[in-house]
Write a protein that binds this ligand. Structure first.
Ligand code: 6PG
Length: 509
């Protein structure tokens, strides 16, 4: 087969790490790709990689040197996948495709981490030119190559065409165990199992769900990092000793991709020095924005997500390295007594439970946020299905996602994950250890904002009474903002002349 003899199934624009691997994944699954990138070397690189990995007799990836050539190489109606940075580059490519003659029944899929409102606006903006469909992708470069988790949304017309392709290239889960089905070799395809690709809803819904996935990812990572910090700076354990503990934890309820890669990061030795690399990495965290967007959305929607927000703040404070160096010489922490090895062991068990409980809270925050956002934007999100497609392929994949799937299968209208019996029991069994771990970290003087904010979230959620009565009094005192009374009819508003001798409550009609 040559390029002249057959038209390609899919056009692909953007051949960076994610794009290149998605192309190879599509090719393994039997699709011919016309590939384009502004950088000619990237086109050459994907063609050469395909030549190395291609186990069939036919060429599968064809390079194109322009948008016009790309369209001319595709079956109509054209199906074009974009893997370009979020923001202006997506619009730039859309405009270039219009210039090259893209047709109204063509489908353009944005697979980047676009801000969900941009996706909604783009669908409208380009609706007379083509169908803009969005499909967030999670899983990093390995996921893109061997099976990512895909969160597609947009027009049902487009989804009908995309569905078999997305189901083919996505990660797969064993439906009985809920565990990922391994795929790690070029040419290997998995046709059994449940695909980690499910239609999420109208334009923007998929990118919103991916944004929350990343918010949870931030929280999950921060919880693990706090545990590392406490074990390292509080208990004096080395990176290797912590890796041993994490590896053991990764065999139980904390089994997750992020825990697994943390073990590898902690064990890695620098080629230059032969010493543990993590000890040489500068402690300033980067961020591309999706965690921040999740925290901002939680504030806008009015849904508490303190552990996710705390994870964003933790990255921010890490970036103030010079200020922290300065403050470390003037602001003092506690003077610690050395713990015995029995006390250390006891603390490590408590910390394990604290991680698990904080993790449950972070997921509960993310799922409640999606629920409230769905209500606000008129989406009908299927939370069991979202949990299912996060069981493999994506960065937050974990054994734990099977329990979340089951919770939403038991009750699709669950208001908060923590109210499910399984989660409520897990939390109640382990909450004492969680409290001790947070107390311990606080007494060591080690920051533990994710672990402790989650505990505070749990305690707020289970409190029938909160001090908002006093807060309402304060607001009424200085601003006549009124309050309701628990001993009077619902909905009636009251105001008091607080500073005068006149103490009667005035009813506001
Ligand atoms: C994924 C990741 C991916 C990316 C993050 C990194 O699901 O595959 O979340 O989307 O690695 O955007 O985000 P930060 O740079 O903000 O950590």
């Amino acid at each position: 087969m040559t390029q002249d003899e057959v038209l390609c199934d899919i056009g692909f624009i953007g051949l960076g790490v994610m794009g290149k691997n998605l192309v190879l994944n599509l090719a393994d699954n039997g699709y011919n790709i016309a590939a384009f990138d502004l950088c000619a070397e990237k086109i050459q690189a994907v063609i050469e990689q395909d030549r190395l990995e291609n186990t069939t007799d036919n060429a599968r990836v064809f390079g194109c040197s322009s948008y016009t050539e790309l369209l001319s190489q595709l079956k109509a109606p054209h199906l074009i996948v974009l893997s370009v940075p979020a923001g202006a580059p997506v619009d730039q490519v859309c405009e270039n495709l219009i210039g090259a003659g893209v047709q109204p029944d063509d489908i353009v899929i944005d697979t980047g981490n676009s801000l969900w409102v941009d996706t909604v606006a783009r669908e409208q903006k380009y609706k007379s030119n083509f169908h803009l469909f969005s499909s967030a992708v999670s899983g990093g470069e390995v996921g893109a190559r061997f099976g990512p988790s895909l969160m597609p949304s947009g027009s049902p017309y487009a989804w009908t065409r995309i569905k078999p392709i997305w189901e083919a290239i996505s990660a797969k889960v064993d439906s009985t165990t809920g565990k990922p089905i391994e795929r790690s070799k070029p040419g290997q395809i998995i046709s059994e199992g449940e695909p980690c690709a499910a239609y999420i809803g109208p334009a923007g819904a998929g990118h919103y769900v991916k944004m929350v996935h990343n918010g949870i990812e931030y929280a999950d990572m921060q919880i693990i990092c706090e545990a590392y910090h406490i074990l390292n700076a509080g208990l004096g354990l080395s990176a290797n000793e912590i890796a041993d503990i994490f590896a053991k934890w990764n065999d139980g309820v904390l089994d997750s991709y992020l825990m697994e890669i943390s073990v590898e990061v902690l064990r890695h030795k620098s080629v230059d020095t032969g010493t543990t690399l993590v000890d040489l990495i500068l402690d300033k965290a980067g961020q591309k924005g999706t965690g921040l967007w999740t925290a901002m959305s939680s504030l806008e929607v009015g849904c508490p997500a303190p552990t996710i927000a705390q994870a964003v703040y933790a990255r921010s404070i890490s970036s103030f390295k010079e200020l922290r160096i300065q403050a470390s010489t003037t602001l003092y922490g506690p003077v610690l007594a050395e713990l015995s090895s029995e006390e250390k062991q006891e603390y490590i068990t408590q910390l394990h439970d604290a991680i698990y409980c904080a993790k449950m809270c972070a997921y509960a925050q993310g799922f409640q946020l999606m629920k409230l956002a769905a209500k606000e934007h008129g989406w009908s999100l299927n939370f069991a299905s979202i949990a299912k497609i996060w069981r493999a392929g994506c960065i937050i994949r974990a054994t734990f996602l099977q329990s979340i799937t089951q919770a939403f299968d038991r009750n699709e209208n669950l208001d908060n994950l923590l109210l499910d019996n399984f989660f409520a029991e897990q939390l109640s069994e382990r909450q004492l250890n969680w409290r001790k771990a947070v107390c311990g970290a606080t007494m060591f003087g080690i920051p533990n904002g994710a672990l402790s904010s989650a505990l505070s979230y749990y305690d707020s959620l289970r409190s029938e009474t909160l001090p908002a009565n006093l807060l309402q009094g304060q607001r009424d005192f200085f601003g006549a903002h009124t309050f309701e009374r628990i001993d009077k009819a619902d909905g009636k508003k009251y105001h008091v002349q607080w500073s005068t001798s006149q103490r009667e409550t005035i009813v506001i009609e």
